[in-house]
Ligand binder design. Structure first.
Ligand code: NDP
Length: 397
């Protein structure tokens, strides 16, 4: 049915490649392209399907991307490189007539700041070109937006309060490691917190607000308020929302390491001169930290991510909690990657599947919650991320 190119051969790219290969009725021709071709080749070997093509590409370079797209002629690119590459890949898609999907919004390299405005600015150009761009199609952002759209469609007239709760109760047996790209991860969690209340954004000091949240099959975990990118699009697309927040669990050990890293200047993105060479401390730190792709083997426990929603139906207040729990071990056994890569890569594949099936095909630039959630929700159950619902229980929030 369709030709697809995956850009990025990290943890998430590996999962996307496995899942795309498993759905050969939809994805007939597959290419994995990344900065380091040997990593793409290793994925193909792990999958054991020699028909999957690989290529080297610098995704910061629009011309290189256009040449690659023109030679392979994909219908859609699944961008699972880093957020820095979003705009160059979108630009190349426009030049070569390719549709686009990613899992994280654009972030400039020299500023730890992410927001959708840069990518939303492409809306008219994608519309005019008759091309679809699907933004933020991992788990969070991604499934959390689809969960919210599903709740709005089936269970609420008005969503008023939305809390996205993200727990990783896994243990990888390392003193300190991040579950996805360390540079992107540390930039995200050392920022100020931010949440939406009564039409305004409220800023909080980093990791200053936290509370216990009880996660299914896991129990109570200290959960910290962070800003997360899907809040920006969800409050725009569901204007009845009065308050929207995002919570993520961190262990004390993790937070202690993080504090030390910050205090000694290793989280800085300001370049410094070291022995005549310019280096960015955070990028150097990434080079010495465990590679998230190597965490899978001894990873125990599970993740639990969901949406806790309060709102009105037929004039009455009700609550709804929808979530997925994902076992690190099961993810590893299927794809060789841990649960965080798995929960990101599976939805990215499903988003591309929705495109090929014509369910999520609409010229312009869209966040996932702007499409019909039903066929996507069906596929989550089929593709390894089953979800569960609880009605009218205490949300703890
Ligand atoms: P990794 O660092 O493991 O992988 C990134 C890959 O992109 C690497 O293969 C890297 O190449 C490649 N890459 C980086 N720069 C370039 C470039 N200029 N040209 C070509 N390739 C490049 O990251 P993850 O797999 O953990 O994460 C991938 C994406 O998924 C990130 O954008 C992350 O923010 C997002 N994410 C989204 C989540 C969600 O739920 N929505 C959750 C987790 C992650 P090389 O191998 O040479 O370094």
């Amino acid at each position: 049915m369709g030709r697809v190119i995956i850009i990025g051969a990290g943890g998430v790219g590996t999962v996307v490649a496995h899942k795309v290969a498993q759905n050969a009725d939809i994805f007939t021709d597959i290419m994995i392209a990344s900065r380091t071709k040997s990593k793409c080749d290793a994925i193909v070997q792990a999958i054991g399907n020699p028909n999957i093509k690989t290529a080297q590409v610098d995704a910061d370079n629009v011309e290189e991307l256009v040449a690659l797209f023109n030679s392979f002629k994909p219908e859609i690119v699944i961008n699972v490189a880093l957020p820095y590459q979003d705009l160059t890949i979108m630009e190349a898609c426009l030049q070569a007539g390719v549709n686009y999907l990613d899992t994280a919004n654009y972030e400039p390299k020299d500023e730890a700041h992410f927001e959708y405005s840069w990518q939303w600015a492409y809306k008219k150009r994608f519309e005019d070109a008759g091309l679809t761009a699907i933004l933020g199609c991992g788990f969070d952002p991604g499934v959390t937006g689809v969960f919210t759209a599903y709740a709005a469609k089936h269970y609420f007239d008005e969503i008023e309060y939305l809390d996205i709760v993200d727990c990783n109760a896994g243990d990888h047996h390392k003193a300190f490691a991040t579950n996805f790209n360390p540079e992107i991860n540390i930039r995200e969690i050392t920022q100020n917190g931010r949440y939406f209340q009564d039409g305004e954004w409220v800023t909080t000091a980093p990791l200053s607000i936290h509370q216990d949240v009880t996660y299914p099959n896991i129990g109570p975990r200290d959960s910290y308020l962070l800003f997360h990118e899907e809040l920006e699009s969800l409050v725009k697309n569901f204007p009845t929302i009065k308050r929207a927040r995002f919570w993520m669990t961190f262990g004390q050990e993790y937070l202690t390491h993080l504090r030390v890293i910050q205090n000694i200047g290793m989280a800085s993105i300001e370049p410094i001169n070291y022995n005549g060479q310019e280096i960015v401390p955070l990028q150097f730190l990434k080079a010495v930290l465990p590679n998230p792709q190597d965490l899978g083997e001894n990873y125990e426990g599970e993740t639990s991510i969901g949406c806790r929603i309060r709102g009105l139906k037929d004039g009455k207040e009700r609550t709804y909690y929808v979530y997925n729990n994902c076992s690190h071990r099961a993810a590893y056994e299927e794809t060789g990657m841990q649960g965080v890569s798995y929960t990101t890569g599976v939805p990215a594949m499903i988003g591309a599947m929705m495109f090929f099936k014509g369910e999520w095909k609409r010229p312009g630039v869209w966040n996932v919650e702007e499409f019909n959630p039903d066929p996507f929700m069906e596929q989550l159950n089929v593709q390894g991320l089953p979800w569960h619902e609880e009605f009218d229980k205490n949300l703890e929030m």
